[in-house]
Design a protein around this ligand. Sequence first.
Ligand code: AMP
Length: 182
Amino acid sequence: MNEKTARDELIESIRTIPDYPKEGILFRDITTLLGNAKAFRRAVDALVQPWAGSKVDQIAGIEARGFILGGAVAHQLSAGFVPIRKKGKLPHETVSVAYSLEYGLDEMEMHKDAITPGDKVILVDDLIATGGTAEAACKLLQSMGAEIVAACFIIDLPDIGGRQKIEALGVPVRTLVEFSGH
Ligand code: AMP
């Protein structure tokens, strides 16, 4: 398979919506990638390719697009799936972490019993921008004793620098395509 063509096709399968959800933001919409059978399979295959055949216990997905990708990745690696959700959505006992958004704070949670200390975990989301969301998810997982093998995203916005924030936690970052700007 020609790598360049595969990446180009992946980029072309992602729709960009200017000024959503607010002016100045270029929203990278992966619903078009998910709706394209070839692109969806290719993205899932490429995300897990470095870990094909190695033992991964759990895939942790960040609500909501990370659930769709994370479920497919978990199936591919024969791993379990752990949802990381917004505050108040999970029914059993939870652990939570606060993280800052552009305005104010938010909290994300996971079930207390979702991770066994020492579990090898891969974190999955669709896109990394500032890295604030993924950093909080990593801290939550690490606080429960997870060994985070990697954090994987389809899209990197390298001008914003989130990757460095995650790598500073000692977590390797895998991304498939890059878009310049915000
Ligand atoms: P951040 O915490 O800044 O890395 O933001 C990452 C989260 O916000 C991910 O869950 C993304 O789905 C979402 N996000 C941030 N910027 C964009 C964007 N330009 N297009 C689509 N989603 C975005």
